[in-house]
Design a protein around this ligand. Structure first.
Ligand code: ADP
Length: 260
């Protein structure tokens, strides 16, 4: 019951956060059309998990499912997954709206990118397995230290690797490369996925932009990940660019100043 109560409170908080978020989005100019689409999409997306969690709770409360241990476990697992999905989305959008207002303070510490990259790759093991993806990491040089905010740089790596998986084809293969170029560190993530047509190489870093999918994939998203990534890199005085060919794959190249 206490887990159920936590679920209900979380749903409430999530809806409340979204209400605040939507209000702040509405206050922005320019992006009216995209914003309207975003709001209608997100409202639609929000309805499904909320309905699912409500039905699960109802079933447990009123239809005796609580006495069935298997059913209880199943419904709790469903609720918990749906809530994770919601909070992931809220987190992503809130981060972005905070960046817009320049409220984010970056913490600075010396980070060994070689260690961080390996940690992130390791923590995504299950996801790689799910997609049956081959992943390899290659290092050129000895020193890969940067002055950076660990949380946000970790999040950048997650976003890029997540995209490499989401926009993959058969037998995904992901190659990470780190290069020590004395003054700066180069990090690239190469995939053999669906690729991006040249006319969109700049646009994919814009907020809310998604390459028209046609029949290439049915991945859902909001076009926020790469704008967040590019903002974080820019705030660290770095650069990010993409090389990509449809049907061949994509390579995201990040350059960051090396720690003195
Ligand atoms: P989202 O994935 O939610 O749409 P992103 O900002 O992360 O948002 O990406 C923007 C768009 O760039 C995606 O919709 C997709 O079309 C394209 N894209 C990003 N990463 C890749 C990739 N590794 N391979 C192919 N296309 C990609």
């Amino acid at each position: 019951w206490s887990q159920l109560l936590v679920s209900v409170v979380l749903v409430g908080l999530t809806v409340f956060s979204f209400a605040l978020l939507l209000r702040s989005l509405v206050q922005q100019r320019k992006l009216t059309q995209i914003k309207n689409d975003f709001i209608s999409n997100i409202t639609h997306e929000l309805k499904t998990p909320i309905a699912t969690v409500s039905v699960a709770i109802e079933a447990l409360r009123n239809f005796g499912a609580l006495h069935d241990e298997e059913k209880t476990k199943e419904y709790l697992a469903i609720s918990s997954n749906e809530l994770k999905r919601l909070s992931f989305l809220v987190d992503k959008v809130l981060k972005l709206s905070m960046f817009e207002k320049h409220q984010v303070e970056l913490k600075e510490e010396t980070i060994d990118l070689a260690v961080l990259v390996k940690e992130v790759v390791n923590s995504m093991k299950l996801q790689f397995e799910k997609y049956r993806a081959q992943v390899n990491v290659q290092m050129h040089g000895y020193r890969f230290e940067i002055e950076a905010d660990r949380l946000h740089i970790t999040s950048v790596l997650f976003n890029l690797l997540d995209n490499a998986l989401k926009y993959s084809r058969e037998n995904p293969s992901i190659h990470l490369e780190l290069k020590d170029e004395t003054e700066r560190i180069l990090l690239s993530i190469t995939d053999n996925g669906i690729g991006i047509p040249p006319e969109y190489h700049k646009k994919i870093f814009d907020k809310f932009f998604r390459v028209p999918a046609g029949d290439t994939h049915n991945v859902k998203g909001y076009g926020l990940g790469l704008s967040y990534v590019s903002y974080v890199i820019q705030r660290h005085y770095g650069s990010i660019e993409v090389e990509s060919q449809p049907g061949i794959g994509s390579r995201f190249i990040i350059k960051l100043p090396a720690a003195p």
